[in-house]
Design a protein around this ligand. Structure first.
Ligand code: FUC
Length: 348
């Protein structure tokens, strides 16, 4: 196990830190302190070629402002908040409406654009990066001083675990995840449309056309386009003429997980790579990168294109109409929010 660390100064004057964690098999995970962001996960294919399996930006400065949350930890609340407001203990708090009159991924700035304080550690569990951020009371409208800790752990079994922890001194809301865009082809040489997905889910949260939960569920038995209980390619039904699928212009939906444990799997038959996602979170948002900014380049030297990545954002549900599901993201003063997700890489 090995951890390398270096400083990078942006044109804005901001100084961030870059880290590379490497295990004894040569698997490497790169991160930056800005947004506690994963920038690369380098794993072998069936022939032993080491390549990056998440999308990153060629120019690190893009991470300062880009709204795609590439590899970052959005927050305080990943996902959407209906009408950008929430009532806690009879007081209503208002957030920046950055998504069709609603709040997405924490508001105007998001944790994705905050510089975390990171500590690199190697211990018996693996190579770790512990990323902390104190979000002050009132930041982006949220109540309470929220102390956040996101720990990345690279282990010798070629897995990456992300442990989230948060505490507050006032009742608040919190919902944390990682927004990496996976592509098992290696260095994003093909879209994800031919990659296969398995999901441990029977139902999605019903939403309106802006992806705001209405409070009801849709069984995947009634909408087979959303059924991944038997693995199928992302591309198989993505263009089907299903109204709910068209709301996201592809998959951009909150799946309710059947139980804790394996949430999702991703397979690429060409490279022979596979990935298993396990979590104790109740939901996973599957987002198939339905839009892209073609003026920007990934580190493979190619411009960004839709459907070149798939996110498995393990988290709690979004807050819907009339604050439905709000109780599921409440964090009480002196309680501890935790969430653990592991991405394990292997060969088919
Ligand atoms: C996902 C989606 C959103 C958004 C963002 C970049 O979490 O739910 O629609 O486009 O990522």
């Amino acid at each position: 196990m090995k951890i390398q660390e270096s400083k990078v100064t942006f044109k804005s004057g901001r100084v961030i830190t870059k880290y590379a964690l490497t295990n004894n098999n040569g698997m490497q995970v790169e991160l930056i302190s800005l947004g506690a962001t994963l920038t690369k996960i380098i794993v072998p294919d069936a022939a032993g070629n080491f390549e990056n399996v998440i999308l990153d930006w060629q120019d690190l400065e893009v991470y300062e402002s880009h709204p795609g949350y590439f590899g970052a930890v959005p927050g305080r609340t990943a996902g959407r908040i209906w009408n950008g407001q929430v009532t806690i203990n009879n007081e209503t708090y208002y957030f920046y409406k950055n998504n069709n009159g609603n709040t997405l991924h924490g508001g105007k700035v998001s944790f994705a654009h905050r510089n975390f304080d990171c500590q690199a550690v190697i211990d018996q569990e693996g190579a770790k990066l512990v990323c902390s951020y104190l979000s002050p009371d009132g930041e982006e409208g949220y109540p309470g001083n929220l102390q956040v800790k996101v720990t990345y752990i690279l282990k010798e079994d070629n897995s990456l675990t992300i442990d989230y922890e948060a505490t507050t001194d006032k009742d608040t809301i919190v919902n944390l995840t990682n927004h990496a865009y996976f592509n098992l082809s290696g260095d994003a040489k093909r879209s994800v449309l031919e990659q296969e997905v398995y999901l441990n889910s029977d139902e999605i949260f019903a939403t309106d056309e802006n992806l705001i939960p209405k409070g009801t569920m849709i069984s995947v038995d009634d909408m087979p386009e959303f059924d991944f209980r038997v693995p199928k390619t992302i591309g198989q039904d993505i263009n089907s003429n299903n109204e709910v699928l068209r709301y996201g212009n592809g998959y951009d939906h909150v799946y309710k997980l059947k139980d804790k444990g394996v949430a999702a799997k991703l397979f690429d038959s060409i490279s022979g790579r596979c990935m298993t996602v396990t979590t104790d979170a109740p939901c996973v948002v599957v987002y198939t990168m339905n839009g892209a900014d073609s003026s920007l380049m990934h580190s493979n030297g190619k411009s960004s294109k839709p459907n070149y990545g798939v996110c498995f954002e393990t988290q709690r549900p979004a807050i819907g109409y009339e604050e439905v599901f709000k109780d599921l993201v409440l964090l009480k003063k002196d309680d501890v929010y935790t969430q653990t997700t592991t991405f394990k890489f292997g060969i088919l």
